[in-house]
Design a protein around this ligand. Structure first.
Ligand code: FAD
Ligand code: UDP
Length: 367
């Protein structure tokens, strides 16, 4: 009899949520990750000065799903936190998503909410259907705001023009006519009170979950004797890139501690759509609520090579992904779940929902 019921590759949200659901149902789980830590890209840790930082970039939890929030709440308390972002625009710092304040300050106006709506209606370029990210932005705010806030940022972040990316990328950012300056619109906006890694530690603290870190699936797959595999890494790597490589976007993170600066910037993140090689600077104290004499920040430099952080949503990539997905569907003893395994630009809560679904389906009695 095999020693484990499930081998799970990847200890990020996708793998860890599956591990816990299956272990709670009495299944024996072997969870591996090639990295030396749990949590995947949501992993957090203390830097040399004791500040809680996110090594793989800022992670803010937000969801509309009560079920996802309730499930995660088994493993963490929460800290109320609504993320706010300013964009450096010429000599000003202006709210992004674009709202009434952004437009009034940028153009030296004092429009009411209704007048902002009328202004946007006068400058927008209606597009139908909304296929690309350029369609989405021009359709909502017109060319000047598009070029100022979106075109340069997108070129930096993806190495592509807005017109080369699917609509869903820019559609993540709403446009508002009121003064709401929160980055996200979700009902629940929270941070795990003791951090993400502490939440993962509790999630994985189960006698039926055995964790092996610094363990690459490619090294152990020949001797893996689990009955079923859950794979949360890049789907094309699983199939040895047999149809060619799926494109991913990577980032270089430049972390810095400023010992003599109590607060570096007014909000959690400042975006730089047009200046500098980096896209944004995040100051972690805003996110974590931690108090300290100094502060820790991170700059994000997008790049083509390196760890795969983002799937790149555009039609030709989706076509290639579908070919891998067809291969995946032909393997009854392997499940693919996660941002890289499903090649979807998913947030953490969407990954939790997908993993809960996958694990619960595996527990259903077979017909
Ligand atoms: P991952 O976290 O990538 O976990 C997959 C794991 O599999 C990795 O740890 C990897 O090491 C392991 N693995 C891969 N291949 C192998 C192998 N061959 N052998 C062993 N292990 C392997 N979401 C939000 O909701 N809010 C945010 O604010 C937010 N900010 C983000 C900022 C950045 C810069 C990035 C990149 C993402 C952000 N996200 C955010 C998205 C969030 O990180 C993901 O939705 C989530 O972490 C994906 O979880 P996952 O388990 O699918 O993948
Ligand atoms: N975006 C932009 N300007 C901004 C913020 C976002 O052009 O100031 C576009 C850009 O293409 C970006 C996408 O909207 O990649 C999604 O932004 P989000 O902040 O959700 O990206 P993430 O946090 O996932 O990197």
């Amino acid at each position: 009899m095999p020693k484990f019921d499930y081998l799970i590759v990847g200890a990020g949200f996708a793998g860890s949520v599956c591990a816990r659901v299956l272990a709670d149902a009495g299944k024996r789980v072997r969870l591996i990750d090639q990295r030396p830590h749990i949590g995947g890209n949501a992993h957090d840790t203390r830097d040399a000065q004791g500040l809680l930082i996110h090594p793989y970039g800022p992670h803010i939890f937000h969801t509309n799903s009560k079920a996802v929030l309730a499930w995660l709440s088994r493993f963490t308390e929460w800290r109320f936190y609504e993320h706010r972002v300013l964009a450096q625009m010429e000599q000003q710092l202006l709210p992004i998503p674009i709202n009434r304040t952004t437009i009034n300050r940028l153009y030296g106006l004092s429009l009411s909410g209704d007048e902002v709506q009328a202004y946007l209606d006068s400058v927008r370029e209606p597009r139908e259907p909304l296929q690309t990210s350029e369609d989405v932005v021009l359709n909502s705010v017109g060319r000047d705001l598009c070029d100022k806030f979106f075109r340069g940022y997108t070129r930096k972040q993806w190495g592509l023009d807005l017109a080369e990316l699917s609509a869903g990328v820019a559609a993540r950012i709403p446009t508002r006519c009121d003064d709401d300056d929160r980055y996200f619109s979700d009902t629940y906006q929270l941070m795990p009170a003791q951090g993400y890694t502490a939440m993962f530690e509790r999630m994985l603290d189960h006698p039926l979950i055995s964790i092996e870190l610094a363990t690459d699936f490619r090294r152990i797959k020949a001797d893996s004797d689990a009955q079923h595999l859950i794979y949360t890494g890049p789907i094309d790597a699983y199939f040895d890139h047999c149809y060619g490589r799926l494109p991913y976007r990577s980032l270089r993170f430049d972390h810095q501690h400023l010992p003599d600066v109590a607060q570096f910037q007014a909000v959690g993140t400042v975006n730089y759509p047009n200046d500098h090689d980096y896209t944004r600077i995040t100051e972690f104290k805003h996110l974590t609520g931690q108090r300290a004499a100094g502060t820790s920040i991170v700059r994000e430099y997008p790049q083509a090579e390196g760890d795969p952080f983002y799937p790149i949503p555009r039609p030709e990539n989706e076509t290639l992904y579908k070919r891998y997905q067809a291969l995946a569907d032909s393997l009854p003893k392997v499940s693919f779940v996660g941002r890289l395994a499903q090649y979807r630009y998913y947030n953490m809560d969407q990954i939790v929902a997908a993993a809960l679904k996958t694990a619960n389906q595996l527990l259903e009695p077979q017909a």
